[in-house]
Structure formats: C-alpha cells, structure tokens
Design a protein around this ligand. Structure first.
Ligand code: ATP
Ligand code: MG
Ligand code: FE
Length: 343
C-alpha cells in the first residue's frame, strides 16, 4: 500500500510517500525557519499561509521523485494534531481534498505518534516493546511502547519541554531562533567545568522532568557575565553547562524508566534526539546496562512528512480510516486519548 503523508502542524511543510512493502519512496520538506526568524518565533498566521503556498507543490515533487502518479496513491495521511489550528487545517484540507478526488481513504495521524514511530523508517528498526524518550520542541515524555497505538505515559515535563529549554537558553546566549542546534554547536568549544547548573527533579523518585529552573539558571549566569570582555568565552562555557545538565537529566531518567519497566530497548525520538551529546551519553549508559538504543535518522528527528506517512500507513493497513464527511483537526490532543488500531 502506497501512502502519501502530509505534515503541517507547525513551521515545516513535510510531504512523503511510504510503501508498506518497499519503505520510504520519496520525501520533501520546506522549512519556514527563515521567515519566522525575523519575529524570533513562529507566527501562526504566516505559518498557515506558507503551508498553502508549498503543500501542493511538495506533493507533486515527491510523486515526481518516486516516479509515480496521483493514481498510484492508495491512501492519504495527514497530521490531525496536536499543533497550530490554522496550520493543521491546511494539511487536513489538502489531504482530504486529494483523498476525495482520488476516491481513496484518508487518515488523521497524531503528530507525536509520528515522532515515536520515526525510528521505524531506519534500515534497522527497533522491535516492540520498548521505552521511548520523546524529546521535541513541545514535549518531553517517557513512554512505554507495547506496539502501534499502545502507549503508556511513564513521566513527562511539568513545565518547559527540552527543546523549548534549548531554544530559550540559546536566546539568552544571543543565538538566533531556533537556537537549539546552534547552542549545541557553541557548546562543543565550551569548558564543562566553568559553570555548574542545577539538575531539576533528578532525584525526584519519579520519571517527570522540569526545565524552567534550568533556563532561569542560565539567565542568572548570563546576567553576571554580561559585562565580561568580548574575548571571554562565557557563552560557549554556559552553553556547555546547560547541555550537560539537560543531557544528564534526560539520560538518567531514561535509564530509570528502562530499569522500572524491565525493557531492554530504548527509542529516542523528536528534535532533541538529534543532539550528539545526548546520543553519546545514552550510547554509553545503554551499552553498560545491556540495552539496545535506536534513533531516527538525523533528518527525521525534527518534523517531517515521512513519519506521518509511516504512522498513517500502519493504521490504514489495519483497516482504520477517517469518516468520509467533513474534517476536523485537534490542536490539543493528549497521546493517551489516541486509540489502538485493530491487530
Ligand atoms: P512537538 O513535536 O512537540 O510538537 P516540534 O515539532 O516543534 O514540537 P521537533 O520538530 O521534534 O519539535 O524538534 C524541534 C526542537 O528540537 C527544537 O526545540 C530544536 O531546538 C530542537 N533541536 C533540534 N536539533 C537539536 C540539537 N542538535 N540539539 C538540541 N536541540 C535540538
Ligand atoms: Mg519545527
Ligand atoms: Fe514535532
């Protein structure tokens, strides 16, 4: 079954074609980062309009890249939520119109299920069951994953998401939006011993996270350093201290989740999953604990159409599909409310 996937939940228009027999056939992405950078963050109305400009063109592009035509599409998956309402409506409208015109089924996909299943796009996919560490711009969750649609929340952030903390701390260090990856690059040259930042909730005894206090600690240190000469590398040193603190908490809690559930497989998903220090730390801890750890390809850590095509395909082949009339999006949609598809 060949499934077209459309992702428009935030500031990336992603489109992909996934074949349940042959895997990913083609994918294309248009990032709106440059447009939103002018405003220091995502402007929802501009995001919606830009998805309108690029969605249909990207559909044509992936069909061309895959050497296929419209009639070769067997189903259309789109991100139903969570995300920006207007942006979601553009993707849902495009997907529903295509499905209606082609007389093929459409299916709304949960964006976080897309992230969670994104490592299945890799050549060596993770087996079920496993523990997933989902670290994205809007979410930080530990989940027990028994199978497709069988997710149990083990713990999550009580305030900021990990990616949000990376971005906000980067802003405090004077880096342009979105600063997460730029902070990570700056941290490479930083001295890990100069600053010591807190590890919030590290010893809380549960699997929850908190990143708001860490960001405030960055602010406090940055203020103290504001008058240092330009030659002082405090920004790189502080970036390193932040990254070390965030990675320390994320990796230790992930290991605790593995121990508590008895699972022997860890999956890391979401934009912060691209972070090399997080990957190196988890690789070392998992090797010691006899746990196998899986990551998505770097290009599929952040938002993309491939993960939506894949997640939609896994549900369409199990016979799930949207009702034919009208359509809806779910800007707020807890993963716990997602249904389990028939086996
Ligand atoms: P959600 O999926 O929760 O709705 P989102 O879609 O905005 O949020 P993603 O696209 O998964 O999130 O990830 C984006 C986040 O990942 C940003 O906060 C970005 O700063 C962060 N990020 C990307 N690369 C890195 C990196 N190398 N190191 C740290 N953070 C990173
Ligand atoms: Mg994004
Ligand atoms: Fe995302």
């Amino acid at each position: 079954m060949r499934v077209l996937g459309i992702e428009t939940s935030c500031d990336e228009t992603g489109v992909a074609l996934y074949d349940t027999e042959r895997g990913l056939l083609a994918h294309a992405l248009h990032s709106q980062i440059d447009m939103h950078a002018l405003y220091g963050g995502v402007v929802p109305e501009l995001a919606s309009r830009d998805h309108i400009r690029h969605g249909a063109l990207l559909v044509q592009q992936v069909l061309r890249d895959a050497g296929l035509e419209m009639k070769d599409i067997d189903g259309v998956a789109y991100t139903e939520g969570p995300g920006l309402a207007g942006a979601l409506l553009v993707g849902a409208g495009l997907a529903k119109a295509l499905a209606f015109g082609l007389n093929k089924p459409a299916i709304g996909v949960h964006h976080l299920e897309g992230h969670l299943l994104s490592p299945l796009l890799a050549a060596d996919p993770p087996p079920f069951p496993h523990v997933a560490l989902l670290v994205s711009g809007g979410h930080t969750q530990l989940m027990d994953v028994a199978g497709v649609g069988r997710y149990t929340l083990l713990g999550e952030t009580i305030d900021d998401a990990a990616g949000e903390a990376f971005d906000k701390s980067a802003k405090l260090l004077g880096l342009p939006y979105p600063g997460g990856p730029k902070l990570a690059r700056l941290a490479e040259t930083g001295d890990p011993k100069r600053f010591s930042l807190p590890r919030p909730l590290l010893h809380s005894g549960d699997l929850n996270f908190s990143f708001a206090g860490l960001k405030t600690a960055v602010l406090t240190q940055a203020r103290k350093c504001a008058d240092l000469p330009d030659t002082d590398p405090w920004r790189a040193d502080l970036a390193r201290a932040f990254e070390d603190a965030a990675v320390d908490v994320l990796s230790k809690k992930a290991m605790t989740a593995l121990k508590q559930t008895g699972r022997k497989v860890l999956v890391v998903a979401g934009g912060v999953g691209a972070n090399q220090r997080l990957r190196a730390t988890l690789n070392a801890l998992c090797a010691k604990a006899g746990v196998k750890v899986y990551y998505p390809d770097l290009q599929f850590c952040t938002d993309n159409g491939a993960m939506i095509a894949l997640a939609g395909a896994l549900r369409l082949v199990r016979g799930q599909r949207d009702a034919q009339t009208g359509f809806n999006v779910r800007p707020r949609w807890p993963l716990a409310e997602l249904d389990t598809p028939p086996v």
